[in-house]
Design a protein around this ligand. Structure first.
Ligand code: FMN
Length: 447
């Protein structure tokens, strides 16, 4: 069979454009209304998307007065969506820095049971400097410390998910045996950051363990992804950097002893779609008109760890020296590289840069016809830049609906995208192997 594309719907606010929430075409529902998210998930499921995804931040931004981003807690949101859907994969973000591995392993194992095997965890180490202030710490950890702690966190959660054999539960009323004690093991983890006895207080999950997603792009982040991720989100503003990222990450995966085909790379794509390119461009400009450069300036500052950009005039061409060196940024380092790279190449004014970032914060944006969007998707997919896309509609739900009704059928006619779900789990939709349990591996060694 022809290699198949994977499509994830990234749900945020009333769309990914910074001003989507004010646009008359975006949803009238409150951003705290669960029906809004359940409805989006059902629409994505009807369109056969592999999965939906919620990002998360552990602090309110300082742009709360002018921008609508309500951070309902993603694990809670996914449990409500799990019972409103039956096939689509469900991805929630949670932090390795600000929770305990036992809590997290248990929450995602619960969600995997509740959803019958459709859940994934987007592993983040939390780059936002203000998040640290909400957790009683002395200050934000450095980039390296966050990943070091994250590495040990992964060892613990994987061991916990592996602490029950698949056949541990017998639930036998006659004999009075609920579970086989010898098929449930403690993990006895003693490390630099965590001491966890285990076992988990839940049986092995329907997917063996939840699918793991990651979006780190720095060298450290890529190494982490190569060891742990089943799917990788990434942000690119041009095809060439997406290709370079794709080649680099697949090589790292192979070097880590894993099959490159078992790690899907999904760059972001935010398409404004209309029947003519001129109309799509007009709509993109119309949403841009609603955005406030001062909101963009604050967000830019957050990305660079709170760096002060208030002195920069809006209308003179920028130079890389206007920014801190991305290598010194402890926050979202790889996204700062994308931004400084764009400044170096295109020398935009601050106003122009902020307009570019307003669309999708450094992900690829495009205004075009359904045919043009499908062509771009096919080109990146067949030319070593992507295994699929993280679709980030600029306006919700309208641009999701247009994508589903107009772009997906073209991809299906070209044989690139499914026409029905073949499997029941997210692992099946993504074409991932079943994870071997520690019990099976031990049995193989004994043979
Ligand atoms: C599509 C996408 C979604 C992301 N979602 C989150 C998120 O929800 N919370 C978060 O703290 N970071 C999020 N990130 C940031 C990454 O986890 C990572 O910190 C960032 O890309 C910088 O990479 P680095 O940590 O390797 O420097 C996301 C990144 C991408 C590309």
């Amino acid at each position: 069979m022809q290699r198949q594309l994977h499509l994830n719907l990234f749900i945020q606010s009333r769309g990914h454009h910074e001003a989507s929430w004010r646009h008359p075409a975006s949803s009238p529902l409150a951003l705290t209304d669960i029906r809004y998210y359940q409805d989006l998930a059902c629409r994505a499921e009807a369109a056969l998307f592999d999965s939906i995804f919620f990002a998360d931040q552990l602090a309110l931004g300082d742009d709360a007065a002018e921008s609508a981003r309500t951070w309902l807690e993603p694990i809670t949101v996914l449990s409500a969506i799990a019972v409103a859907t039956s096939r689509i994969g469900l991805i929630a973000t949670a932090s390795t820095t600000y929770t305990e591995p036992f809590n997290l392993a248990r929450q995602f194992a619960s969600l995997d049971h509740i959803s019958n095997g459709r859940v994934a965890w987007n592993i983040v180490t939390s780059w936002l400097a203000t998040a640290a202030r909400n957790f009683g710490g002395a200050g934000p950890l450095t980039h390296a410390e966050r990943y070091e702690r994250g590495e040990e966190f992964m060892t613990v959660v994987k061991a916990l998910w592996d602490s029950w054999a698949e056949d541990a539960v017998v639930d036998d009323r006659k004999s009075g045996r609920y579970a086989l004690a010898e098929r449930i093991r403690p993990i006895d983890h003693r490390g630099d950051y965590y001491q966890v006895a285990g076992p988990l207080n839940l049986p092995r999950t329907p997917q063996g363990r939840p699918v793991l997603v990651q979006a780190g792009s720095s060298d450290t982040g890529r190494g982490f992804a190569a060891r742990h991720a089943d799917a990788v989100f990434t942000a690119h503003m041009e095809k060439a950097t997406a290709q370079a990222f794709y080649a680099d990450l697949k090589a790292l995966v192979a070097a880590a002893g894993r099959a490159p085909g078992q790690v899907l790379i999904l760059p972001g794509l935010s398409p404004m779609i209309a029947s003519t390119e001129a109309e799509a461009t007009r709509m993109a400009l119309e949403v841009n008109e609603l955005s406030d450069p001062e909101v963009g300036r604050k967000r830019l500052s957050g990305r660079f760890g709170g760096h002060d950009f208030s002195h920069l005039p809006l209308d003179r061409p920028l130079v890389p020296e206007d920014f801190p060196d991305p290598g010194s940024v402890e926050a979202a380092r790889s996204r700062t590289e994308v931004i400084v790279g764009l400044v170096r190449r295109e020398k935009p004014t601050l106003r122009q840069l902020l307009a570019r970032l307003a669309g999708a914060r450094g992900h690829f944006t495009m205004a075009g016809t359904p045919e043009q969007i499908a062509d771009l998707i096919e080109d990146w997919f067949s030319d070593g830049a992507a295994d699929g896309f993280n679709i980030m509609p600029p306006l919700l739900p309208v641009m999701l609906d247009v994508f589903s009704a107009e772009v997906i059928p073209i991809l299906q006619r070209r044989g690139l995208f499914r026409t029905s779900y073949a499997g029941q789990t997210l692992r099946a939709h993504y074409g991932l192997d079943w994870p071997k349990s520690a019990f099976q591996e031990a049995a193989l060694q004994e043979i």
